[in-house]
Design a protein around this ligand. Structure first.
Ligand SMILES: CCCCCCCC/C=C\CCCC(=O)SCCNC(=O)CCNC(=O)[C@H](O)C(C)(C)COP(=O)(O)OP(=O)(O)OC[C@H]1O[C@@H](n2cnc3c(N)ncnc32)[C@H](O)[C@@H]1OP(=O)(O)O
Ligand SMILES: Cc1cc2nc3c(=O)[nH]c(=O)nc-3n(C[C@H](O)[C@H](O)[C@H](O)COP(=O)(O)OP(=O)(O)OC[C@H]3O[C@@H](n4cnc5c(N)ncnc54)[C@H](O)[C@@H]3O)c2cc1C
Length: 664
């Protein structure tokens, strides 16, 4: 893959499986592997996409550099006639948050999902050619999670056949939309629809924000960037923006009208599409965020695993080499569950993509029956995977000791870029509580004859799950997927039923829900972990070619669920799903699996097929040549440009002089 001496060659020789085949499993297919391999190399080999100085640039330079890269990327996409899939891979491997993420990831999907055929025909060609650039302007200074609480108004004026978009208060200023601050010419703006003095809820409107001639804001529009965010480089390449409207007029046909229409005389007509489709873009993006979680986590794990094999501490015998830190059981027990989680999230992300595609096809045929399942799965899995990934990146930084704290390890920037995923596209707790509502509704309907479907189907066997007793006798019994699935199902079902029972004691269900919300979130976590475990197990039922590939995946699947069982043994014991003895056997089996991962660890992270450019980490270099490169990089820091620092004469010399004269 990369040239030069391979300091990890001995580790690579230990692999017990076909790494090339694992790369294809990770990519999803031969086709996606070929594209991602080719495009990642194309980006890595082009100096215009260098990331070397990103964490050292002041904001204005950083932002301009992002604009340069985005414009160059667009030129490459067109010059090379890249397909939509190849273009999106190219943007991914450029690896720099930019306005284009929101243009392609939210603006266009919002028009596709909520616009009528005519609206799509009018706006999409302009957007596809980037003749207009769009953002998704929903969140306000005063309201983000509570979408129904948004204050921006869109009042229909029947005299002129226009909507008047207005920000009535400071807190109604749009605040956060990516790409809005400095770039977008247009936005899908969410506002309260008012016709004839009556409110009709939140709807999306296509609003032009800047003149196409000179990029100045249109009359009545105040627009800018909201300021620096957490971390060096990181998400500061993005112009998250603020936007205010002073009675800005747009034609009536710029309200996205798939869900509801406003007629020429100001009547609001609901189509038979459910109103929740106004939230459809969020469902789409949450699904992509789950896929993205496996990328971010695998990247951190790749860095920490390679470095753990390079790094040696203690244990030298007769002057021989010290022990590789990856051989410490504590290191393995922190690192390998994250490696297993990266694979688990990959497969659940793959499944969620399938689910989303299926729901979209059904929606097109006016079948809305699977929308609640799509909402529950995307909301729950987005929350679970982003929380684990953000914590996992930080754990990987700690696994790299002191060097992990250097920007050249790539981990601080990765964490800073990634951690807002726990907040954007729905705060993780708020989304978990959405799933909790759906779980409680499902439990309350048990026995009514309405069978739970999709990922809640296991609740249909509630009687059995409430009586279930785990029959694990010895550690290896924990390798039986059927036993594991039942234990996870019973735990999730019992936690939900327990919450439902407590809820039923409250006279006011909303009060009960608020009071029990922390317990409800725990029940949702159990439910979502069950989904991930079951999708991993399902993946193993497929035909997976390649020497030893399936076996490695079985080991990783075992690590994933046994680690969860160990970490959450309080839940499993409290719900009597396992006995203390069985929990202890699970932990014994987990240690056995760690020792099976160990020889394959480097090959398992090689299977992600990341270039050194994409990893952006000296510690994670493919060749393991860490120390000379760390040493070399230190001298490139601008602080080392001069031997005597700027400020010496002003601040250090007078200090030293003063101490000398005090002594004399
Ligand atoms: C390759 C492409 C990559 C592109 C992406 C790049 C990433 C870029 C990085 C960052 C982008 C970040 C962008 C943003 O952050 S945009 C803003 C996101 N904002 C949010 O997510 C807000 C979160 N809040 C909400 O979603 C909602 O307000 C709410 C929490 C769900 C509450 O809403 P509301 O009060 O209206 O609803 P109820 O709780 O009363 O529920 C009513 C019924 O509706 C159902 N429901 C709720 N949401 C949905 C949905 N999304 N889809 C379908 N159904 C939904 C809910 O279950 C209730 O159903 P019931 O049957 O009980 O009536
Ligand atoms: C980097 C970044 C990019 C973004 N990009 C965009 C964008 O492109 N477009 C856009 O429109 N928005 C964007 N956003 C906004 C984002 O969607 C919101 O920040 C997010 O939805 C969370 O809402 P909030 O900020 O109002 O949090 P709040 O809701 O104010 O959350 C604050 C705290 O209150 C808790 N909380 C809130 N409600 C409840 C409840 N009912 N029960 C229990 N606890 C609760 C939360 O858990 C949290 O701990 C972006 C945000 C970030 C950070």
């Amino acid at each position: 893959m990369e040239g030069g001496v391979d300091y990890l060659a001995d580790e690579r020789k230990k692999a017990e499986f076909d790494v090339q085949q694992m790369k294809i499993v990770w990519a999803g297919s031969h086709h996606t592997f070929e594209i991602s391999d080719r495009i990642s190399k194309l980006v890595a080999n082009d100096p215009a996409f260098s990331k070397d100085e990103r964490t050292m640039l002041p904001r204005k330079e950083l932002f301009k550099n992002t604009l340069r890269k985005a414009s160059y990327a667009w030129k490459r996409i067109n010059d090379l006639h890249l397909s939509e899939e190849e273009a999106s891979q190219l943007r991914f491997y450029v690896d720099e948050p930019a306005f284009t993420d929101l243009h392609w990831g939210m603006f266009i999907p919002a028009i596709k999902g909520q616009g009528t055929d005519e609206q799509q025909k009018k706006w999409l060609p302009l957007a596809y050619k980037m003749q207009i650039i769009g953002c998704y302007a929903q969140t306000e200074l005063g309201h983000g999670s509570n979408v129904q609480g948004l204050e921006t108004t869109a009042t229909f004026d029947p005299q002129t056949d226009e909507f008047v978009i207005h920000s009535p208060t400071l807190t109604s200023s749009k605040w956060w939309p990516g790409g809005l601050g400095k770039v977008s010419t247009h936005g899908v703006v969410y506002a309260r629809l008012i016709t004839d003095g009556q409110e009709h809820g939140i709807h999306g409107f296509i609003v032009q924000l800047r003149r196409l001639e000179d990029h100045r804001p249109l009359p009545g529009i105040i627009i800018g960037d909201i300021g620096m965010k957490f971390g060096n480089g990181a998400y500061n390449t993005m112009d998250n923006g603020v936007l205010r409207f002073d009675h800005v007029r747009i034609p009536r046909d710029q309200m996205l009208m798939r869900v509801s229409q406003v007629t020429r005389d100001g009547k609001v007509v609901q189509s038979d599409v459910p109103r929740q489709l106004v939230y459809g873009t969020m469902v789409y993006v949450r699904q992509t965020i789950v896929q993205d979680a496996s990328c971010a986590l695998s990247r951190a794990v790749c860095i920490a695993t390679r470095y753990s094999a390079v790094r040696r501490q203690f244990g030298s015998h007769n002057g021989g080499p010290e022990t590789q830190v990856i051989d410490y059981k504590t290191q393995q027990s922190r690192l390998f569950p994250l490696l297993a989680s990266a694979y688990a999230f990959r497969f659940v992300g793959e499944w969620l993509k399938w689910l989303y595609t299926d729901v979209t096809q059904r929606l097109q045929a006016n079948d809305f029956s699977t929308l609640p399942e799509a909402h529950a799965c995307t909301a729950g899995l987005k929350s679970l995977t982003t929380s684990v990934t953000a914590d996992g990146i930080e754990e990987c930084r700690k696994l790299c000791g002191g060097h992990g704290y250097l920007c050249t390890s790539g981990l601080p920037e990765l964490f800073a870029v990634y951690v807002p995923a726990c907040t954007y596209e729905g705060d993780n707790i708020v989304l978990m509580l959405q799933v909790a509502r759906i779980l409680m509704k499902t439990v309350s309907q048990l026995g009514s004859g309405k069978l739970p479907v999709g990922t809640m189907a296991y609740m249909g066997r509630i009687e059995h799950l409430l009586q279930y007793r785990c029959n694990v006798q010895k550690a290896e019994d924990w390798l039986n997927p059927a036993i594991v699935l039942e234990a996870f199902e019973a735990r999730a079902a019992r936690m939900s039923v327990s919450c439902a029972k407590k809820l039923s004691k409250f006279a006011n269900p909303e009060e009960g829900f608020a009071e029990l919300s922390a317990d409800l979130v725990e029940a949702v976590v159990a439910h979502c972990q069950l989904i991930v475990v079951s999708k991993f197990i399902e993946k193993l039922q497929q035909d997976i070619p390649g020497k030893g590939v399936k076996q490695q995946l079985k080991v990783l699947c075992g690590v994933y669920y046994l680690f969860l069982l160990h970490k959450h043994q309080g839940d499993f014991l409290a719900t009597s799903c396992v006995t203390p003895k069985q929990a202890s056997l699970a932990n014994d089996q987990l240690r056995v699996l760690y020792s099976q991962v160990r020889p394959n660890a480097i090959a398992l992270v090689d299977a992600f097929n990341y270039t050194d450019h994409f990893l952006g980490s000296i510690l994670g270099r493919y060749d393991g040549n860490v120390y000379p490169k760390l040493y070399e990089a230190a001298w490139k820091d601008p602080l080392n440009d001069s031997v005597v620092p700027d400020g010496y004469h002003q601040y250090i010399r007078p200090l030293l002089k003063q101490q000398r004269s005090a002594k004399l």
